[in-house]
Design a protein around this ligand. Sequence first.
Ligand code: SF4
Length: 365
Amino acid sequence: MDADAAGHADEMSNPPKTLRTAAALIEAGLVPQAKGDAIERVAATYAIGVTATMAGLIDSTDLADPIARQFIPDLAELSQRPDEMADPTGDLAFSPVEGIVHRYPDRALLKLLHVCPVYCRFCFRRAVVGPNSPVYLGPEALAAAMGYIADQSGIWEVILTGGDPLTLSARRLAGIVSRLKAIDHVKVIRLHTRVPVADPARITAELAGVLLSSGKTVYVALHANHPREMSEAARAACARFIDAGIPMLSQSVLLAGVNDDIETLTKLMRAFVEARIKPYYLHQLDRAPGTRHFWVPIAKGQDLMRQLRGRVSGLCQPHYMLDIPGGHGKSPIGPDYLTDLSPGKTYVVTDYKGRSHVYPPQEPQ
Ligand code: SF4
């Protein structure tokens, strides 16, 4: 990574009102003065970032506010359990060159930077994102990463991630997509981002045009966890991508105290679909350091998925996914609806109300 962050400060384009210190959070009225020391202790290890948009969504009179819970540091983050790890998804083991994670045959991650518009308290990359890490993939590392993608003819999809790739300037993104444009076997570019909800003004028609100038099929996967994040400004930002011809997907993390109840999940998935965003993944929380207070047991997650199936349109159904620690990739962990009674012949299938049915239906005796 390019350690010369200062040289690129103009391009980090963090909006001036992003809150980055305990003092700024106190001054904004988001935390009481008495919590300042605790927040500073957490901030010594993990970055703080709360954009003006996200700060505006927080109800500071609600001690359990689900937006605050995602972004305001908590002393619980300094309690690390033995089963928590700095690289819970095992990216390092699948990184043939700096900036690339190539785990599956037909797709690769291209990690361009370590900067995000907000810093989520449950982030699976929390050990490497933030101002204490080098900022960008430097020119030589970027050239090597592009060279790797060009050499691997099986890479059909490149996923731009980080950090958040949409914190890059339009000029820098244009440089990235023009290099990908030159690689024939790459057909799809996907970006994973929180910018449309955290800093919607950054999403412009110009930015959409830059992405489409790649000549590739472009998808944007939006990370949002609570329906309040889908504000009017966020929906308008997403519409700028979608109207330009960039389809959008959602990804959310199942988080205790944020979205681990059926009413909130229902509203969140409907908000995505109403904004023309297809619900894609609901992630089981990765075991990143100091995130246990966000943990939801898998049995509860499966029960929520069952309830979602029973009450909400099929359009609103995400896949419930677990990233298997150690770099073994993602697997769906949603509830099973089919039991094989006699291999290949008879099944029991469970309907959306939890009732069981033999399939194929048995002939009356
Ligand atoms: S935006 Fe994504 S990478 Fe950045 S802190 Fe949040 S979860 Fe982590």
